[in-house]
Design a binder for this molecule. Structure first.
Ligand code: GDP
Ligand code: IMO
Ligand code: MG
Length: 457
């Protein structure tokens, strides 16, 4: 714990005097890692890497719509709910209250890690207040998307928005409800009765029964109940004990329910507010916020994407970058780096630094176009607009960087990068007004170029 300021407020003598009060303003070691585009920036790889220096990694929002890939040697692990730090012996893991949990998916993920030789149940804790994704949420997600037709959001179909919807309308079922079967059955029955007319009269579909929900969920209840904790105390105690804590975001800022490309967003806050509400830590405890940014842009699902390439260049990035969803396998839409998107993320999240990923994917290009801003009706802006209904009449302002045309996957030092790659990085730093502290040049753990001695403060 570093004390950065010591403030003493001394009251005046006499009537109405304040007592002498001393306050220490402390910066503690909570580092946040979040996606700064439309998700899939490489958060899994970076969190895994940084976890080597951490004592605890906590997921703060999202659910199993996330797919975070970690590559160790010739093995690839895709984590959907369990924090990506779980693969490190030194690191405990917490699923925070802001996450929505599908019990069967979590059980499956635990089994996969056990089969791979890890012992996740020894380390993983689950916040009692996290909400559950129930079978009717998944059914409703599909029914809503079908009903939206051409206007669909392109969700992952995992019931995410419907589970968060029940949380907000106050009929959610939480992890702590897994400890009492009677209570779980009663609550589930109430919610199913609530939804029955919607399913049957509006969608003309039968709703699941309490029995079928019990068949799906209850086999996992006892196992998950053993991991339930007061997550707020767990993380604040860890910080009080000077432990190094990483908060792992899912999705990305442009998918944020408040700041993203609404309604083509997810239903939680990947942005920094989500850290406080999703873990129960004061914003004063956040030491550093690190944005993960791809050296180009991708998005999966529907919604605006100004720098999207619907031609062979987009196909090239998809093929070279392996841009297929880690959760749904859908092809990701690809485009050039959009500085207006990342600049907006830097602004919203107050990013201290960026980890730039997948730079190697650009290795074979002669020239690399960069979108440095937009023009609307002759007006220039370098920030993704939040005050427009649509992006009609938007023109991209582009510039071109020179490609380095050289394999960089084996480079480990910044100075070892071709000069043109360094120029590309420096130009992105300038455009987004944020330093790049590390550069990822391949999926493997060691394919990283560090510009600092330590990842964590
Ligand atoms: P996340 O959701 O942000 O964790 O990202 P995903 O795991 O969904 O997608 C990132 C993909 O890129 C994964 O397949 C990673 O293994 C891979 N990846 C991560 N960093 C790099 C990199 O620097 N270069 C290349 N070529 N692949 C990378
Ligand atoms: P990670 O953590 C990329 C997208 C979906 C859809 C929208 C809403 O791996 O970066 P939802 O199922 O959340 O209601 O879908 O959000 N989406 C993601 N896109 N990466 C993700 O997670 C995503 N999670 C959700 O494709 O457009
Ligand atoms: Mg992903």
């Amino acid at each position: 714990m570093r004390v950065v300021a010591s403030l003493s407020i001394e009251g005046e003598k006499g009537a109405g005097a304040h007592n002498l009060r001393k306050r220490r303003i402390e910066i503690v070691s909570l580092t946040v890692i979040m996606g700064a585009q439309w998700g899939d920036e490489g958060k899994g790889k970076v969190v895994d890497l940084f976890s080597d220096e951490a004592d605890l990694v906590a997921r703060y929002q999202g659910g199993n719509n996330a797919g975070h890939t970690v590559v160790i040697g010739d093995k690839q692990y895709i984590l959907h709910l369990i924090p990506s730090g779980i693969l490190h012996d030194n690191c405990d893991a917490l699923i925070g209250n802001g996450v929505v949990i599908d019990p069967a998916v979590l059980a499956e993920e635990l089994d996969a890690l056990i089969a791979a030789g890890f012992d996740p149940e020894k380390k993983l804790k689950i916040s009692a207040n996290a909400h559950l994704i129930m079978p009717y949420h998944k059914a409703l997600d599909h029914l809503q998307e079908t009903r939206r037709g051409k206007g669909k959001i392109g969700t992952t179909g995992r019931g995410i928005g419907c589970a968060y919807g029940d949380k907000v309308t106050r009929q959610g079922i939480r992890v702590l409800d897994l400890v009492s079967k009677d209570r779980f059955v009663e609550k589930t029955g109430e919610v199913i009765d609530f939804y029955r007319p919607l399913f049957e009269k509006v969608y003309g579909e039968a709703i699941c029964t309490v029995d079928s929900v019990m068949d799906e969920v209850w086999p996992h209840a006892e196992r998950l109940a053993k991991m339930i904790v007061d997550g707020v105390t767990l993380i604040n105690d860890a910080l009080d004990q000077n432990k190094r804590v990483l908060a792992e975001g899912a999705q990305g800022i442009m998918l944020d329910i408040d700041f993203g490309t609404y309604p083509y967003v997810t239903s939680s806050n990947p942005s920094p507010g989500g850290v406080s509400t999703g873990l129960g830590v004061s914003p004063r405890r956040v030491d550093k916020v690190i944005g993960i940014v791809k050296a180009y842009t991708t998005r999966v699902g529907e919604g605006p994407f100004p720098s999207e390439l619907t031609n062979e260049q987009g196909e090239y990035l998809r093929a070279k970058g392996g841009e297929y969803g880690a959760t749904t396998g859908r092809p990701r839409r690809c485009g050039w780096f959009d500085a207006a998107v990342v600049r907006r993320a830097v602004q919203i999240a107050g990013l201290d630094e960026i980890v730039l990923t997948k730079l190697d994917v650009l290795d074979t290009l002669e020239t690399i176009p960069i979108c440095n801003g937009y023009e609307f009706d002759g007006q220039k802006t370098n920030l993704y607009p939040l005050d427009r209904h649509n992006l009609d009449n938007l023109k991209l302002t582009m510039e071109e960087a020179k490609g380095w045309n050289q394999d960089i996957t084996g480079v480990r030092e910044y100075d070892g990068l071709p000069e043109k790659a360094q120029v590309y990085i420096q130009r992105l730093e300038q455009l987004i007004d944020c330093p790049v502290s590390a550069i990822s040049v391949g999926p493997a753990r060691d394919q990283i170029i560090r510009r600092t001695d330590r990842f964590l403060p």
